[in-house]
Design a protein around this ligand. Structure first.
Ligand code: ADE
Length: 229
């Protein structure tokens, strides 16, 4: 069983459409769609936006459906000159950029309970995603650090901070939370994010223009990926 989580309807609706033998179960207001994609058993959920919603969903999914791995799909703001709208960033690791106990002497982003700044994604899973992503995205595939926080980043200065502090390639609002839940439960995970904007002053306009097409394109990647897992 593979778990797939997206925050917004556009990030999961085509995947749910692709499923056969579907059943739906709802827990804490989140619907879990159980079925098959490309002949592989999956559970797909729309968690809602932000770290708390994502954590509730990931923990519930693990306890109720025991997925072998969880894949978080969706859109993100791209960070750096080489990451373009329409490209894809696959997680080498996840940071929570809004976790900040530096005034207590900690490193920025330290998650004290697990004593990590960067939560590493499953290396083999990431390599499989990258190999399949090349079929769909050509040379627009990047593997990097994805920075998560409860903020839509729309500010070049904040963006520079994410690059300088964490060497991040993309920013979004759920992946780091799903990573922490998976880490605590010893479940393999990867985050796959299609770039909808550059997280700068134009990000709100670009997001409105590109989020739907960027999000929908990931469906083909998942359809091709699942039989390789
Ligand atoms: N998801 C897509 N674009 C984003 C941005 N600029 N900041 C946070 N999450 C995003």
């Amino acid at each position: 069983m593979i778990g797939i989580i997206g925050a917004m309807a556009v990030e999961v609706e085509n995947l749910i459409e692709e499923m056969s033998d579907k059943q739906v179960e709802t827990t804490s207001g989140i619907s879990y769609h159980i079925g098959s994609i490309s002949g592989i058993r999956c559970v797909v959920a729309q968690c809602g936006v932000g770290k708390v919603a994502a954590a509730v969903c990931a923990q519930t999914m693990i306890l109720k459906y025991q997925p072998d791995a969880i894949i978080n799909v969706g859109v993100a703001g791209g960070i750096g000159q080489s990451i373009h709208i329409g490209d894809i960033v696959i997680s080498r690791g996840l940071v929570q950029h809004d976790m900040d106990t530096t005034s207590l002497g900690d490193q920025k982003g330290l998650i004290s309970g697990i004593n990590l700044v960067t939560i590493p994604a499953d290396e083999k899973l990431v390599q499989k995603v990258a190999a399949t992503a090349a079929e769909v995205y050509g040379d627009g595939v990047h593997i990097g650090i994805i920075a998560t926080g409860d903020q839509f980043i729309c500010d070049a200065e904040k963006l520079r901070g994410l690059a300088e502090d964490f060497d991040a390639s993309a920013c979004e609002m759920e992946g780091g939370s799903i990573a922490q839940v998976c880490w605590l439960n010893n479940v393999k995970f990867a985050v796959i994010r299609a770039i909808s904007d550059n997280a700068d002053e134009d990000a709100n306009v670009d997001f409105a223009a590109f989020a739907v097409t960027s999000a929908h394109k990931i469906t083909q990647l998942i359809v091709n990926l699942l039989p390789t897992l």
